[in-house]
Design a protein around this ligand. Sequence first.
Ligand code: FE2
Length: 227
Amino acid sequence: MTIKSITPFLWFDSCAEEAANFYVSLFPDSRITHVSRYGDAGPGPAGSVMVVAFELCGRPFLALNGGPHQKLSEAFSMMVECTDQADIERLHSAAMFHDIGKAKIPLAVLDKPGRLDDDERALIETHPATGYDALKGNADISPEILDAVRHHHEYLDGSGYPDGLCSESITDVVRMLTISDIFAALIEERHYKPAMPRDRAYEILKSMHGKLEMPLVAAFREVALTR
Ligand SMILES: [Fe+2]
């Protein structure tokens, strides 16, 4: 017998598709490859999802809605080997600190309902440099985090602030942070605006050609629409 490949097969009660969508949202190079449905012969309801085929980091998996006969066990787990854990930690730290400069902006401006006037807008736009100045003397803050704090409002076309950086000068971590920061600002409810639906917020990201890195925006899609 020649075995070409082995595919893990996961049994769910009725949430195979939801689980597969969640898994593919977590990892790069991941996708749903096929969804088959029960017919009139059952045993599941006709038209409901039977098997979801999906790939995680290019590896095949199958998820079955097999009903309540076999419970998914916590004993099953996936070990994920990251080639660069440091990258993940850098992005996490950068995300934690990026808006720290807003601590110096009066709440009356930060939470102002309605449009900001020119002076208020200029004040808000000081927060990246203010955060950078507050952290730059701290030996525990890496240069990459300082870079993210100062440059998370820069755009690839040079139209951002505070330094008007262009594409090559903006690091990958900062590019990713900028995308997730804009998305979060759109979907979160603030004192001055309601939350925007995730699909509309993602369309805005896609419309920002020239400013955001579109391959990163595409990679962000699963996170944006399925979480
Ligand atoms: Fe910011």
